[in-house]
Write a protein that binds this ligand. Structure first.
Ligand code: ZN
Ligand code: ZN
Length: 186
């Protein structure tokens, strides 16, 4: 992507990383959009509003044989985007050819994967520091079972986070404290 003939239109740097999809001007790494550095300069992807809402529901399952009532609480996150620059970015996608769409999709999938790994690693590290864990391995109760299949994406994410937390030496209680802490922040 680098082109030595061009200069960043914002700071005159010759370390060009891309040409903005909106203003069509060359930009450097420092002046790339923080949200989508591969496609936009910092000026052209500012008006993107991200709204997050947590939706929770409780499912009741009554077992006639054992006369036991099991309540299962599940939460899901609803994320919506708004803003002029977001609308522009959406329109741009429609203009891409199929050949352009495929590599861009793979690129963004890889970015998503990296972002999730980084967030998980930071959460685990933070909990590790808070609890001052000295390397003891946590024991996992046998009553906790994970289904290998049939998990929805949120459950899979939770399972991966849980496995990483166990590897870091967290107990189940510390892991669930961490999750509860994250829910409060949201
Ligand atoms: Zn620059
Ligand atoms: Zn731009």
């Amino acid at each position: 992507m680098s082109n030595s003939c061009q200069k960043c239109y914002l700071c005159d740097s010759e370390e060009i990383v891309g040409t903005c999809a909106k203003c069509h001007r060359a930009y450097c790494m420092q002046d790339a959009s923080k949200t989508d550095p591969a496609n936009y300069c910092d000026d052209c992807l500012r008006d993107v509003v991200i709204e997050e809402r947590i939706i929770s529901r409780t499912d009741r399952d009554y077992d006639l044989w054992s006369e036991e009532l099991t309540l299962t609480r599940s939460t899901s996150k609803l994320i919506q985007f708004r803003g002029i620059d977001w609308m522009f970015a959406c329109e741009e996608i429609c203009k891409l050819s199929t050949e352009q769409l495929k590599p861009r999709l793979e690129y963004h999938k890889a970015i998503v994967s990296l972002l999730q790994s980084e967030l998980t690693a930071r959460s685990v590290k933070k909990t590790h520091e808070v609890h001052n864990i000295d390397g003891h391995r946590a024991t996992v109760s046998k009553s906790v079972r994970h289904k290998a299949s049939g998990l929805n994406p949120d459950q899979k994410k939770m399972k991966t986070m849980f496995e990483q937390a166990i590897k870091m030496g967290l107990s189940m209680e510390q892991f669930f404290d961490l999750i509860k802490g994250q829910e409060k922040v949201q």
